[in-house]
Write a protein that binds this ligand. Sequence first.
Ligand SMILES: *Cc1c(COP(=O)(O)O)cnc(C)c1O
Length: 465
Amino acid sequence: MANDDHGFSTEQVHGGFVPDAGHGARIPAIHMSSGFLFDDFDQARDRFAGTEDGYTYTRLGNPTNADVERRVALLERGVEAILVGSGQAAATIAFLGLLQAGDHVLAARSIYEGTKGLLVQNLGRLGIEVNFVADQRDLDEWARLVRPNTKAFFAETIPNPKNDVLDITGVADTAHRAGVPLIVDNTLATPYLVRPVEHGADIVIHSASKFLSGHGAGLGGVVVDGGTFDWSASPERWQHLTSPERSLGGESYVERYGNRAFVVFARDVVASRIGPTPSPFNAFLIRQGIETLSLRVERHSANALAVAQWLEAQPEVTSVDHAGLASSPFHDLAQRYLPRGAGSVFAFTLAGGEAAAHTFIDSVQLFSRMTHLGDVRSLILHPATTTHAGKTAAERADQGIDDGLIRLSVGIEDVADLLRDLERGFAALRSGIDGESLEARGVSDAERASLEHSVPGTHVISEEL
Ligand SMILES: *Cc1c(COP(=O)(O)O)cnc(C)c1O
């Protein structure tokens, strides 16, 4: 699928494009159709038998969704991709495409809290075990925690909020020595900053709700099969891919589909049954986003580094977790894997703990107080009382989530405006205004309600955000 003659920005605009035979539309249509007509009796039979290519029902495939799948597979240098309704759905499909009761997953502790919950609470109840690697840089720890029933390693290229860049090749090599694939969540790096498959990862997932879309107008997720893992090397470990299948005329998925065996199984057996089908309208929105990915991520990364450098110079800031800074323990990994930038999601810690974070976050005006990432708009959040509120104080301390830590997802605005906005936060700290004296600042009841996230009728489970 890869066309090495074209650069990233050309591929993000043209990759995987199939001209509209009917009308010549330059932008592929949004095929909002649950099902697709069969010309006649024989065609229905052949489509069901899989002996004739073509669409039948949108849960099994849709041309608009397929358009995004081709483009992301190309950008990630995979053999095929599956578009689903959210990032959580992508993780679910990837795990269920590999694992069954009795299997074990080894995951970095730095992963998204929602994925952690999925592994522990959902897959755990299905008999799938998980262990977390505390220091993902420690390849010996990964190797030490491998068990006979380990079937996958899982990590993120750029975890949030600490921007602790993954040693993709080191962890992939360790996984491969254990005979298992490495699944990587590349949401916060995007293929513009790094293509995990080129560094040894076997399966890549995305929350397309974040940078791939960029507009923040809809959710989506992608599973990409790098086509690199050799399932036939230990066929007894991957029996669902290597044993004879009646639906394939007695062949196995590996025999029929070769290096696409995993993604075909994950699409035809897992995703099509569980059904996290995205709306073609959302697929269209995601594709519109992807066409400007490189431009946005370049700006996001440059802005974030400038903000990180500026924050590092503020006296109230005790640390800035951004791998683009020389002070970061992940700086060498960022230089190795992320020469185009370390992304835009990072954290900084205020000396004054939660009270300082409270004042700071309530003082900014341009940054949106929001739990979302990779939006063109800059976003700000206090993990200790939101995404990580379900953890004990000791667990948070263990993960470096200090009460004064603030997460930023830096947008594409003019960086001078962003700095001026953050300066409002520091000005409030310096003038001693705290969260309790909102009255004194003339804050209205309505504004206070929104500041305190107490909008009636909304209820959130912190782990899932
Ligand atoms: C947001 C996010 C997810 C979950 O994606 P949704 O689209 O919200 O389901 C998974 N992984 C990472 C790294 C994320 O940032």
